[in-house]
Every structure is written in C-alpha cells, then in structure tokens.
Design a protein around this ligand. Structure first.
Ligand code: AMP
Length: 421
C-alpha cells in the first residue's frame, strides 16, 4: 500500500516508524514530515496540511491508497471529508467527529447523551452568567475555552478572580473562534491516565493505557507543556479499567455519534481522571496523544497499517489488541526557553550512537538537518524512549540515552516514571 501520513512531530515519527514495519507497506510519504520520518520514507514539506484541497491534490498526485492523519487541526478542518468524498481512504474522523475535540461543549453534550461518566459542566456564551455561576460554586474552578487551543485553553485554579479573568480571556476571543464559548466544569480529583482506542465507526479496540507528564518541571510544577514524558504500562490502575472504558466510554460514544450521523473512524483518546467515585472522562481527543504514542506503539504487537486500513474501511477485527510484554518510558528533550520561547538552532550530537541500542528509540519532534548536521528546530526536540522488561529497566535506558544526546540548552524532567512499577 502507498500511505500518506500527515504531521511532523514525535507522534507522527512513531506512527510512521510503526507503519513502515508493515508487510503491506510499499511506500510511506510524510508531509510535512521530519528528519526521523525521512529515515523511514519519503518526506514532502511545504503544503498546508489543514487545507483539504492541498492534501487531496498531494494524495492524488502520489496515488496513495490510505491517508493517516496525525494531528487534530487537519481533522477539524475537514481533510478526511475531502479525501473520502474523492474516494481516497483515510484514517481519522470527519470534521463532524473531530468536534469531540474541537468543541468541549459538543463533547460534553455527547457524553451526557451517551451516559459517559464525566464531571458536570455548564456552557456559557457571555460573561455575566458565567461570572454569576462561578460566584455560586466553590473552587477549585475549571474553566475551558470551547475550541482547539493547542492545550492552552484550560485553567484550573483556586482563585475565583483568576477564573473570572480566564472566562473574559476566552470570551474575548484570545483563542480565535475557540473563544466564543466557555465551559465551566466540576473539578475532579485523582490520578490521570490516558486511554486510547482505534475505532471503525462501530467497534473500538482499546490500546494499553499510558500516563503522561504535562508540567515542565520535576515534581509536576511550572507551566503546562505539550508533554514532557510518558510511560506504559501503568500498573496502579483500578481492576478492569480498560474494559470499563471500552463499555462505558468508547462504545456508547460511538453509538451516540452514529445517532448524530457520524461514523467515527479514527483514534479516540479519553483523558481519564480516576476519582473516588470511579473513572471519569476529562476530555476527548480525536487523535493519538503526543507523547502517549511514543510509548504505546513500541509495545503494540500488531501490524498497525493492517489495522488502520481495516478501520478506515469499517471492519476492525473482533478481538482485543495484542501487546508485547514490554515496558516503555519516554523522556522528552526540550529546548531552552520552552514552552514560551524555545531557542532554535542548537547543534545536536549523540543521536546516531544512541539509536544503535536495541532498547532505545529516538523519535524526532523539533529537529532539522542543515549542511552542518542536525539542529534543534522546535520546543520539544527529541523523544528518547527506553524499553525493557519492566519500567525500571526501560527508565534507566531512556535516561542513559537522554544524557548521551547533547545540545545547548537541553532540558528534561528527571522524574518521568519515577516510582512507577
Ligand atoms: P483538558 O485539555 O480538558 O484535558 O485539560 C487539561 C488538563 O487540565 C487535564 O489534563 C487536567 O490535568 C486538568 N483538568 C481538566 N479538566 C479538569 C477537571 N474537571 N478537574 C480537574 N482537573 C482538570
């Protein structure tokens, strides 16, 4: 099969790396890709992947059999609608399905109708009712911009004045269209875990859970980031969590989307909070997580291309997914100044020798090749994934490799998977 992969981050490098192992693969074309993806296939830079017509033209020109979409923005922009209308198979939801991520209010509405366990939420379109509501409840307050805000639209705070100010920021349109609606949500307490599934419209196959680290600094303090690290398996989970998420979250959500006329074929990501009242959904994403993908795919004992092609055609197999008895820990190496103002252009050394290890995978996120070698070119620069029979061994491999790779201003958390079994 000729496959086109949209995206160019660490998640997409991991997806491309896994797809390229398939016996069905004849050619992988990534756009915009990255230097890591260039090692497993062709890379076509320079098109706007949120422009459905541009993506369609490239797919037609390359006679691709399947398009796999990594990030959320092309999905929300209707790239899959354009491809499928033109008769090209695509794995990822149509724009109507991608609203699960692109509108927190819609996601809440689907969850309510589907009976999915989640926190109470109230949606507002103007300031006064939102402020009055905040005054009527106790903190901590959870205020979310409605639309895609690249992870920056959520404020969780004890401070009501700050919560009101955030409502104002959201409604004033600081997130573009994302800001016209604001959602105030019940605060949930507990440990978080990411549970992701492959969906074919009717059936969901759940992947092994992973736990990510969003804050910049050790001890989970400092600003929120795209993700500083991740590990899988997660052992301190309630018994049968995966089955619970399948029966109580994924299947009813797919059925409710069907009622809305949406056949959801793509990854569905449930950010779960393990509360004293049971697991509850914090958010839905309509794609794989970054960095969750980088620890889940090395563990997946399946032909990913076969699965995605089957899901795109509406026919996933009726059996659970197979996973290797392997642990994986991802340490994200970021640039100085990340997340606000990452320093670009630092020369990177040590990747080649680290990649020779069987127990380490390096997934590129923000790198670029110049005549003088590889340089940093983004906030999150590299994902260093260690694998092993248990988390402790995988963690040791990841940190040895993280130390062996050098670039000016390199920063990373030293407590990823610390204490995990
Ligand atoms: P979201 O993008 O909706 O997942 O929110 C980002 C982060 O904010 C989550 O990973 C949680 O850490 C936190 N968060 C979101 N919603 C809630 C909530 N209802 N209660 C507590 N924390 C939350």
């Amino acid at each position: 099969m000729r496959v086109m992969l949209l995206g160019g981050g660490g998640r997409e490098h991991a997806i491309g790396w896994k797809l390229a192992q398939s016996e069905l693969m004849t050619e992988l074309i990534s756009t915009p890709g990255n230097p890591g993806l260039a090692e497993v296939g062709a890379v076509v830079p320079g098109i706007d992947i949120t422009d459905p017509e541009a993506v369609l033209s490239l797919a037609v020109a390359n006679a691709v059999d399947l398009v796999v979409i990594g990030p959320e923005a092309p999905l929300a922009a209707g790239v899959v609608d354009a491809l499928v209308d033109a008769g090209i198979a695509a794995y990822g939801p149509h724009a109507a399905g991608a609203r699960l991520e692109a509108s927190k209010a819609y996601a809440k509405d689907v969850m309510r109708r589907a009976g999915v366990p989640t926190g109470d939420a109230h949606t507002f379109h103007s300031l006064d009712p939102a402020v009055a509501y905040l005054e009527s409840i106790d903190g901590p307050y959870v205020v979310k911009a409605d639309g895609l805000a690249a992870g920056k639209g959520v404020l969780v705070t004890e401070d009501r004045i700050a919560a009101e100010a955030w409502v104002r920021v959201c409604l004033e349109g600081h997130f573009g269209e994302a800001g016209s609606t604001v959602v105030v949500e019940e605060h949930l307490d507990g440990q978080e875990v990411s549970v992701l599934a492959l969906c074919d419209g009717e059936r969901a196959l759940v992947l092994e859970p992973a736990r990510d680290y969003k804050r910049l600094l050790d001890g989970s303090i400092g600003p929120n980031t795209g993700g500083m690290g991740c590990y899988s398996p997660v052992t301190d989970l309630p018994a049968r969590l995966v089955d619970f998420v399948l029966r109580e979250v994924m299947e009813p959500t797919l059925a409710t989307l069907q009622e809305d006329g949406v056949s959801y074929r793509g990854f569905l990501f449930a950010g779960m909070m393990l509360t004293a009242d049971g697991p509850k959904v914090l958010e839905f994403n309509c794609r794989l997580g970054d960095p969750e993908t980088q620890v889940i795919l090395p563990r997946l004992d399946e032909d990913l291309l076969e699965l995605l092609a089957a899901a795109a055609a509406g026919g996933l197999p009726d059996r659970p997914l197979r996973f290797k008895d392997l642990a994986a820990v991802d340490v994200v190496l970021t640039a100085a100044g990340y997340p606000e103002n990452p320093l670009r252009g630092s020369a990177i050394a040590g990747v080649g020798s680290v990649q020779e290890r069987d127990d380490v995978h390096v997934f590129h996120a923000g790198t670029r090749y110049t005549a003088n070698g590889m340089i940093s070119d983004g906030g999150r620069v590299l994902n260093v994934v260690g694998t092993g029979p248990d988390i402790a061994t995988a963690r040791a491999a990841a940190y040895e490799a993280a130390e062996a790779i050098t670039f000016e201003g390199k920063q990373y958390r030293t407590d990823i998977a610390k204490g995990a079994q």
